[in-house]
Write a protein that binds this ligand. Structure first.
Ligand code: B4P
Length: 239
């Protein structure tokens, strides 16, 4: 599976990406995590990124794009990946498209996490108390939400037009949200493939089903209440 997770700061992309990567047995590529570990190690990349992270600004496209393309070229990404926090601008999305088209490995889905602003503040205040992240102060969170609205939110339309977008209600128990995502992915794959198309795409649907079956009692997949709109329905919503 090749999946992008999109959403405002604090929506839980990182939290769900860890679970989904485990589920699908594919790498979790988090641009935020890569930057933070480079900052911690004092690398050249870390020195560039730190000023942007601390201010709640986006790291410039040319830096992020080169870093992600390099990461996606690693052998472990050949079987799929979960991109957490990339792309965050239209320029990044276009660069990703070009790269994936060149490899003939298109995205299967883009999940856009939605939660009310008060909930995002509440979560990030909790994370600030727990982890003391430099970008979780109230003023910085406010700025990050503005950056999201102006620079990243346009990607909702970008991926909706490509019929890749599923909107995820990101409020609720972590396990519940994972179940919603797996339901959404199943609906998406069923709609797309109607089974295997002979080009390897049918495998994506069976990937979801196989992993749903492996998911155990905590995930409660397919229970109706957690069911998300498929992409056709999602495209009718005003996200
Ligand atoms: P990221 O590291 O991507 O982080 P995030 O958007 O703040 O958080 P996320 O949505 O992953 O929330 P999480 O699961 O942690 O970005 C940090 C910075 O890196 C950016 O501001 C930017 O400067 C830079 N950057 C990254 N990618 C970039 C790019 N492509 N281009 C340019 N710059 C880039 O969850 C948040 C909290 O909520 C946690 O405490 C969690 O425990 C809690 N939580 C999660 N799910 C919950 C639930 N269901 N209920 C209650 N709490 C929940």
């Amino acid at each position: 599976m090749r999946i992008v997770l999109l959403g405002p700061p604090g929506a839980g992309k990182g939290t769900q990406a860890i679970r989904l990567a485990q589920h699908f047995d594919c790498p979790h590529v988090s641009t935020g995590d890569i930057f933070r570990s480079n900052v911690a190690e004092g690398t050249g990349l870390g020195q560039i990124a730190k000023q942007y992270l601390d201010q709640g600004d986006l790291v410039p496209d040319e830096v992020v794009i080169a870093m992600v393309m390099d990461r996606l070229g690693s052998p472990d990404c050949a079987r799929g990946f979960l991109l957490d926090g990339f792309p965050r601008t239209v320029g990044q999305a276009e660069a990703l498209d070009l790269n994936l088209v060149a490899q003939d490995t298109p995205l299967h889905a883009v999940l856009c996490f939605e939660a009310a602003e008060e909930e995002l503040f509440r979560r990030l205040a909790g994370r600030s108390a727990e982890l003391g992240r430099s970008d979780d102060g109230e003023a910085t969170i406010r700025h990050r939400l503005e950056v999201y609205a102006t620079k990243t939110r346009p990607l909702v339309d970008y991926y909706m037009h490509r019929r890749l977008l599923s909107v995820v209600d990101a409020v609720g128990q972590v396990e519940e949200i994972t179940a919603r995502i797996l339901d959404a992915l199943t609906a998406t794959m069923a709609q797309d493939t109607g089974g295997s198309d002979g080009n390897g795409n049918g495998g994506a649907k069976s990937d979801v089903d196989r992993h749903r079956n492996r998911s155990g009692p905590g995930y409660r997949p397919g229970n109706g209440s957690g069911h998300l709109p498929d992409r056709a329905a999602a495209s009718l919503r005003s996200p």
